[in-house]
Design a protein around this ligand. Structure first.
Ligand code: ATR
Length: 282
């Protein structure tokens, strides 16, 4: 696409932001589609965040992604938010509208389901339970996505019970809460197991889980992607369960933002995946 002399500007705001893979991802698409655009990493201190957002329109930005620690602050700072953002309590994508006002979106909800569907398009979620581990921001997006996808029952497991209760109260739907000790028992009869905690991330604590009760056909999805094959995915694959890694969610969540800012619906391709794999730490 040739948008003439006008360079379309977007970026990602975080604090710190140097670890973000979004510039690599959007940079690939800008090049692939021949777009006259930029996507820059922007280190924004939490104290300055609201003001920097207000200045986006004046500085000619089409929009931005926001990452840790700004996702909740972004929900409060934008002019309007989409339903998914309100339900998850977080905004990860901001679109500057023609009148200069800011629209907040949460595209993790879309990214999670697209990634799952691209590997297993016929998972009959309405026919069985799914287990989600975690009750942080990522888990909120996963739960919203599964409930919107019509899951029959969502077994929510988290170390801190009060956070699981707060999530269930906020999102609603067929959520049953299990304690962290009960996580192995919760696997009985499930179609899907999702790790939405930070456990298993390179160098950190490993997720201790006994998969004996997990049905052999249940899909196991880890949203952690460093390493790409987490100990959970390795153990699941070893016993023959289908597995979905976390990189796809990162790639798919980026699509709606790119489309809104740059006017092209980008594809998640093998070429993109291998480009991103080369950029992963470790
Ligand atoms: P994010 O926004 O990425 O989801 P978060 O809000 O910090 O990050 O959430 C991290 C999740 O990993 C939480 O569910 C957390 O459990 P708590 O709510 O009990 O804190 C979970 N988690 C992190 N370390 C853990 C550990 N050692 N054992 C069990 N759960 C852990």
């Amino acid at each position: 696409m040739n948008n003439g002399d006008k360079t379309i500007k977007a970026g990602v705001m975080g604090w710190p932001v140097s670890h973000s893979l979004s510039p690599r991802l959007h940079g690939y698409w800008l090049k692939t589609y021949g777009i006259n655009g930029t996507y820059e990493a922007m280190a924004v201190n939490p104290d300055a965040f609201a003001q920097v957002l207000k200045d986006l329109s004046g500085k000619g930005f089409a929009g931005v992604n926001v990452t840790v620690p700004h996702k909740e602050a972004a929900l409060a700072a934008v002019d309007t938010s989409e339903a998914e953002a309100i339900r998850t309590g977080a905004v990860n994508t901001i679109v500057v509208r023609p009148d200069g006002t800011l629209l907040g979106r949460n595209t993790d909800v879309y990214g999670f389901m697209k990634n799952l569907e691209s590997s297993y398009p016929n998972l009959p979620l309405e026919q069985g339970p799914a287990v989600v581990l975690g009750a942080g921001g990522a888990a909120r997006a996963v739960c919203t996505s599964l409930i919107d996808g019509g899951v029959a029952e969502l077994r929510l497991v988290n170390r801190t019970l009060s956070r699981a209760e707060a999530l269930a109260d906020h999102i609603g739907g067929p959520i049953k809460i299990y304690s962290w000790k009960e996580r192995d028992l919760a696997l009985e009869d499930v179609l899907l197991l999702v790790n939405a905690t930070s456990l298993g991330m390179g160098g950190g604590t490993t997720l201790e889980m006994n998969l004996t009760r997990l049905p052999p056909e249940a899909v196991v999805n880890d949203i952690v992607y460093t390493p790409l094959e987490t100990p959970l995915l390795r153990a699941a694959a070893k016993r023959g369960n289908p597995v979905v890694d976390g990189l796809g969610m990162l790639l798919h969540q980026a699509r709606p933002g790119f489309a809104a800012w740059f006017g092209v619906e980008p594809e998640v391709t093998r070429g993109l995946r291998s480009w991103m794999l080369k950029g992963l730490p470790g």
